[in-house]
Design a protein around this ligand. Structure first.
Ligand code: HSE
Length: 295
């Protein structure tokens, strides 16, 4: 049996819309084996235990591309990544499915090919790239080819996810974005995203609060998330380095200095007073990315 472990990812990171993504240390696990026939899927909601399952669809896509004829499949899903909350859970299914299919077929695809295929299924690279490679990954598409750079972040930071009890689909969160943005807003994000990446790399964390700001997606999406503005303000007041919408939301990610021992307790107390339930999860960067094991 093949086991694929894939980390959660937090995309956008404020100004890096559709470009920046970071792998974090909560995981989904995919247990896959080829069988003599049929399809058996477990570990997810009943209406996804069928041919519409994203892990299965990604495997079939990959098998077709490689010309591998499979007989049957048994797939079991396990994991801790909250669904439809902005942590790349669908990216884990795509990467898990492709890596499992590639392993069954004898590994004909290299990492770049796995990534290109994953992006063609997901539609954007900023979750699948760090899910596969770990750490912080900057990526974009040049025609049909991904261009990416995986970076190591300077030591001294930790992450804290604020996860609400409601979901938000990426489709809905993309539908509220404008068709065009102003030159001023484009330059605003360009400057912030390059400053943010440089600060994360060289450890000049003092400029993170000003760098991690966005005008391309958060102002539009924030209206879909109850208490967004209050949480942002409170997080700033509690000395976070940065607060941003994780992926398309609805979870909010906070970047803290490693030695911050007060934020979590204080934000938990604040969140208790809000109309929805919010869970606080402390996270660290995953430096490894997806791992395949034969078990
Ligand atoms: N960059 C994508 C978006 C991430 O913001 O729509 C979705 O997970």
């Amino acid at each position: 049996m093949i086991k694929v472990k894939v980390p959660a990812t937090s995309a956008n990171m404020g100004p890096g819309f559709d470009t920046m993504g970071i792998a974090l240390n909560i995981y989904n696990y995919f247990f896959v084996e080829e069988t003599k026939g049929g399809l058996e899927i477990s570990g997810c909601e009943d209406d996804l235990c069928n041919e519409n399952n994203l892990v299965y669809k990604s495997m079939v896509h990959c098998f077709n591309l490689m010309g591998y004829k499979f007989k049957g499949l048994k797939i079991r899903l396990e994991g801790d990544i909250p669904l439809s909350r902005g942590f790349g859970s669908s990216a884990t299914c795509i990467i898990g499915g492709i890596l499992a299919a590639n392993t069954i077929a004898g590994n004909p695809l290299n990492k770049e090919e796995v990534l290109d295929l994953a992006i063609s299924i997901e539609g954007h690279p900023d979750n699948v790239a760090p899910a596969l490679l770990g750490s912080l990954v900057l990526s974009t598409m040049d025609n049909d080819k991904v261009i990416y750079n995986r970076l190591k972040i300077a030591k001294g930071l930790k992450f804290c996810a604020l996860v609400p009890d409601f979901t938000l689909s990426t489709r809905k969160a993309r539908a509220v974005l404008p068709k065009t943005v102003s030159y001023k807003d484009a330059v605003f994000n360009l400057s912030r995203s390059s400053l943010l990446v440089s600060a994360l790399m060289n450890g000049n964390f003092n400029i993170i609060p000003q760098s991690c700001q966005d005008r391309l997606h958060q102002p539009y999406r924030s209206k879909l998330i109850p208490s967004f503005d209050e949480i942002f303000e409170k997080s700033k007041e509690l000395n976070s380095l940065a607060t941003y919408l994780s992926g398309a939301g609805p979870s909010i990610m906070v970047i803290l200095r490693e030695n911050d021992n007060d934020f979590v307790q204080n934000i938990e107390r604040f969140l208790e007073g809000l109309p929805h339930k919010w869970k606080v999860i402390e996270l660290e960067i995953d430096e490894i990315g997806a791992v395949v094991e034969n078990i």
